[in-house]
Design a protein around this ligand. Structure first.
Ligand code: TYD
Length: 216
């Protein structure tokens, strides 16, 4: 069995969390070993970096360098070994988040981010000459106003969640651009719909990759 790497993406308040849990359960019920993880985070080192990123003021380039340093450790220690074992890896965010948040949101040049990505990730895992990308990225897309309402009801904001709707509109545009550039990898989920309808879309996208039965 081949390993398979799924990432969940979207602006804060898009509602990824419950579907990440549900997908892990469905895949386990289908007989797969599932490693559930998140970014920033997923290793002891990367979880410490997460605390810095979410709570310490810094400029965008420092954010990107920290995000990729954490990602390198995460890929080396967790993601690449799991994929080599044939597991399914589900990560709550991955590299697309850095392009969307530090790139489109905070204005960093995407070519610079591509260079940092190459420096941080090239040569880890099976493909020596390329950087690891998810096999499938579920992009939870919804209007920023809807996400903002959900967030306001939910919790105390971290550094990113406290930013304004203009920031999230830019982040959203970044995700749309990543999706346009890599359409085969992305599945756009209409996250403004109700819980059941969103779950149907998630299931369908995963089933289309042969990992679940369509009506599982
Ligand atoms: P998130 O994944 O939404 O976790 P929680 O639901 O627990 O708040 O929080 C991570 C935050 O970090 C989110 O606002 C996006 C941001 N982020 C970046 O800015 N760059 C990155 O590379 C990653 C992975 C996340």
């Amino acid at each position: 069995m081949h390993g398979f790497f799924i990432s969940f993406e979207g602006i804060d308040g898009a509602g990824k969390s419950s579907h990440i849990e549900a997908l892990a359960q469905a895949l386990r019920a289908a007989g797969r070993n599932v490693v559930l993880t998140r970014e920033p985070g997923g290793t002891a080192l990367a979880e410490q970096v997460r605390q810095l990123l979410l709570h310490q003021a810094m400029d965008a380039t420092t954010e990107a360098l920290l995000a990729f340093a954490a990602r390198r450790d995460h890929v080396r220690q967790v993601i690449a070994p799991a994929l080599a074992r044939g597991d399914v890896v589900i990560s709550d965010r991955f590299t697309d988040a850095t392009f969307a948040y530090q790139g489109s949101g905070r204005g960093m040049d995407w070519n610079t981010l591509l260079e940092i990505e190459r420096l941080a990730l090239a040569g880890i895992g099976e493909k020596a000459d390329s950087v690891l990308k998810p096999d499938l990225t579920l992009w939870f897309d919804l209007p920023v106003q809807v996400a903002a309402r959900r967030l306001a009801a939910a919790r105390t904001p971290d550094r990113f969640e406290a930013l304004d709707e203009g920031f999230f509109a830019a982040v959203s545009a970044g995700y749309a651009q990543r999706c346009a550039q890599d359409g085969a990898r992305f599945a756009r989920i209409d996250a403004a719909q109700g819980l059941d309808a969103v779950w149907q879309q998630v299931q369908q996208a995963v089933a289309a990759r042969g990992l679940l039965q369509p009506d599982a």
